[in-house]
Design a protein around this ligand. Structure first.
Ligand code: 5AD
Ligand code: SF4
Length: 474
């Protein structure tokens, strides 16, 4: 009998990487692979990597370092590095980990099964990456970044009723700190028919929530035969699909937050009133150095339009602290923006200089690590207070949640049995835990919120009696 093929895969980074890993696993399943969570027993070990910050790369190099011995003892195991770090470092990965067999950029993931076979057939190390952004005509570079969207396999997702759908690859914004345009290539929209067909197939498989993915998802445009499709047009088409209850999209670029999109979110009940629109800084000096393409006044104006059009929208943001030349005064302005915008949550990052970006070439990384850490902690404390206040304001409200499964605490405790602490998300993307039943996973249920922390709401399932009580109170 042929040896069982086992795959160990580790993924770091953004939702795009989660989706890429899901698709690679699906394509390897078709070749007879099963998943394992032990690298020692795997025949193939893959890392799907991220280059956005140094820390993410260090983690992968350290994980690779731990495999040196294993590979010495079992030279037949195939070790592969995929994704953004593979594209950025290419053959340089061999300098630090010569026992790696496979280096595959994000634009070549469809080749993974064949490349593994080549290694196993004795062809030696394989490297497949896209052209660098200056290494050819725009058309050649675009073609070298192929989108990878094969048939889906619901068993590969953390939950079968939620799925990511890619609508765009690459990025053309070139923010000075960011490596993404270099490793994921030029912005390219996916044809709307393909997106709708994939969403329909997902709905047929029982998927209820779709999150559309793009680096600047609201810049999405697809032009064909004189017709142009925007994200708002796409949402309208996806809204028609029976079985899909929720539509989300990430990540938005502030300058492209157009009124047609805000109206679509307001008017289409399946669209979540949740917008992730990273501001990055509250200082015009920093925004200009980052080449973000907007001023803080323009960001504020955009927030006002969001609040005026969709009053109940939850807005979240990303911030970078300690970017080149950031003074205490610049940082204060970021704190002010966070206070004023009252984001549902913010992801806060210390600036990490990325070789290959304009920032690394032209601007000194001159804020000390101590200052970066202090500003990070301070901004996080402000944001956490605001998140807690917004969550506390929801106590007593009845909300509909899409149940995802047992809560993290229940999983960590190894709780079993039908009655469990469960977790789900509101339409505006807030996490709710409640005591429920495993059978509710994948369903929309009503809960009343009775307590709140900065990251979590606590709810109680609404039975018909509770609902009756609530009505009689009001
Ligand atoms: N250093 C720190 N944070 C970064 N981000 C992108 N590039 C860097 C960098 N070089 C952050 C931005 C972006 C998020 C995904 O990661 O805030 O929105
Ligand atoms: Fe990076 Fe800016 Fe593109 Fe976002 S918009 S992926 S931060 S270059």
């Amino acid at each position: 009998m042929a040896e069982k093929k086992l795959l160990y895969i580790e993924t770091v980074g953004c939702q795009m990487n989660m989706l890429d890993s899901e698709l690679v696993v699906a394509s390897l399943r078709q070749q007879g692979y099963d998943l394992t969570d032990a690298p020692e027993s795997a025949t193939t070990i893959l890392f799907n990597t991220c280059s956005v910050r140094q820390h993410a790369e260090d983690k992968i190099y350290s994980a690779l370092g731990k495999l040196r011995r294993l590979k010495q003892s079992y030279p037949d195991k195939v070790i592969g590095v995929m994704g953004c770090m593979a594209q950025k470092d290419q053959r340089r990965i061999f300098d630090r980990a010569p026992y790696v067999d496979l280096i595959v950029g994000p634009g070549q993931l469809h080749q993974v099964p064949e490349l593994i076979e080549r290694v196993q057939g004795g062809a030696g190390r394989q490297v497949e990456v896209s052209l660098d952004r200056t290494a050819g005509s725009l058309e050649q570079i675009k073609r070298s970044h192929e989108s990878f969207d094969p048939l889906r396999d619901p068993s590969m997702r953390p939950s079968p009723w939620q799925a990511y759908v890619r609508i765009q690859i690459g990025c053309d914004k070139f923010c000075t700190y960011c490596i993404v345009p270099m490793v994921r290539g030029p912005e390219q929209g996916r044809p709307p028919e393909q997106i709708v067909a994939e969403a329909r197939a997902l709905a047929d498989q029982g998927c209820r929530e779709i999150t559309l993915l793009g680096q600047t998802v609201n810049s999405y445009r697809y032009r064909e035969n004189g017709k142009s499709t925007r994200l708002s047009d796409l949402l309208l088409q996806l809204h028609e699909i029976p079985g899909i209850d929720r539509l989300k999209f990430v990540t938005n670029y502030p300058k492209d937050m157009t009124d047609d999109l805000l109206r679509a979110v307001r008017d289409l009940p399946k669209c979540s009133p949740y917008l992730h629109v990273p501001a990055q800084s509250g200082s015009n000096r920093m925004l200009a150095a980052m080449k973000r393409g907007y001023t803080v006044e323009e960001y504020r104006e955009m927030m006002q339009r969001i609040r005026a059009t969709i009053p109940d929208a939850a807005v979240s943001s990303d911030f970078i602290v300690g970017f080149s030349g950031e003074t205490e005064d610049d940082f204060r302005q970021t704190v002010e923006l966070v206070e004023e915008c009252r984001f549902k949550n913010s992801f806060i990052f210390k600036y990490s200089e990325r070789p290959g970006t304009k920032g690394a070439e032209m601007l000194p990384d001159d804020v000390s690590d101590d200052n970066k850490r202090r500003r990070n902690n301070e901004l996080l404390a402000v944001q956490n207070r605001i998140s807690a206040e917004l969550n506390e304001a929801m106590v007593g409200e009845e909300v509909e949640i899409l149940v995802e499964g047992p809560s993290k605490a229940a999983r960590d405790r190894g709780d079993a049995g039908p009655v469990l602490q469960m977790t789900g998300r509101t339409h505006c993307d807030r996490i709710v835990v409640y005591d429920g039943n495993i059978r509710q996973a994948g369903q929309l249920v009503q809960v009343v919120i009775y307590d709140a922390h900065s990251h979590t709401l606590f709810g109680e399932i609404v039975t018909s009696e509770v609902r009756h009580d609530l009505h009689s109170i009001s």
